[in-house]
Design a protein around this ligand. Structure first.
Ligand SMILES: [Zn+2]
Length: 241
């Protein structure tokens, strides 16, 4: 089971993750959330308080601990967990490998989903992890509902069929990973893939898939080391913005 130690540092990382997602256009306003599993049946998650100022200004004091059943562990009065908490809890309940979840509403996901566009592996070295997401296939959860109940989230988990990413048609994306850092990097790569998919459709272009012999030349960059470097760069960009 993949869990991280609940610490001020981990809660700060969850808060930073929200700001990185906002800075990269994956979330806007108050919609979207990030969580990290801290025990078999507990997670810390970005909550909303009375002084809510949007994801872009998330601070560690907005990250609180809840159980997989949605019960507050240390959530203070005035704060509430996201109504779509089941997205996080049901993925963690179903999959011991999931240590973190990102849920966001990027515009490219909305357009690709509504237009019925299927992301295809048409580029290579431009962004190899994004190409691999397309190569593996991006599962679609077809219902545009707010995922506020366990049974709806279980349908989403079924639609994912073990994949780490999901396009929620008419809604957004869900990304699961072992760590917050890798979940954010994967979410940003998925967004790149969806943006390219939408732009190609706008251009009326349908390039061929990357040839097998070129695919064989592309290294697998999906390592924790690579995710960490990318995360560090994203956080550094945040500081300069
Ligand atoms: Zn949502």
């Amino acid at each position: 089971m993949t869990a991280q130690t609940d610490s001020p540092e981990l809660r700060a990382t969850v808060a930073t993750a929200c700001r990185v997602l906002a800075a990269n256009g994956l979330v806007e306003g108050i919609l979207g959330h990030v969580s990290a599993r801290v025990a078999d049946d507990e997670l810390v998650v970005r909550c909303r308080g009375e002084d809510e100022r949007g994801l872009r200004r998330t601070h560690p004091g907005e990250v609180w601990r809840v159980s997989l059943d949605g019960a507050a562990v240390d959530v203070p009065d005035g704060f509430t967990a996201p109504s779509e908490l089941p997205i996080h809890t049901e993925l963690m309940r179903a999959r011991p490998d999931v240590g973190a979840v990102v849920h966001a509403h990027p515009p490219a996901a909305l357009l690709a989903g509504l237009a019925g566009l299927e992301p295809r592996p048409v580029f290579g070295a431009y962004n190899i992890p994004a190409m691999r997401l397309a190569f593996d296939g991006v599962p679609v959860f077809p219902r545009p509902v707010l995922i506020t109940r366990r049974e709806l989230a279980a349908e989403m988990v079924d639609a994912m069929a073990g994949a780490d990413v999901c396009l929620l048609r008419g809604h957004g994306i869900t990304v699961a990973a072992p760590t917050v850092e890798s979940a954010v990097v994967a979410a940003i790569n998925l967004n790149v893939l969806l943006e390219v998919t939408v732009q190609l459709a706008r251009l009326g272009a349908r390039p061929p898939a990357v040839a097998a012999r070129d695919l064989a030349e592309l290294p697998d960059l999906g390592s924790a080391f690579n995710d960490r470097m990318t995360w560090q760069a994203l956080v550094a960009e945040l500081g300069e913005a």
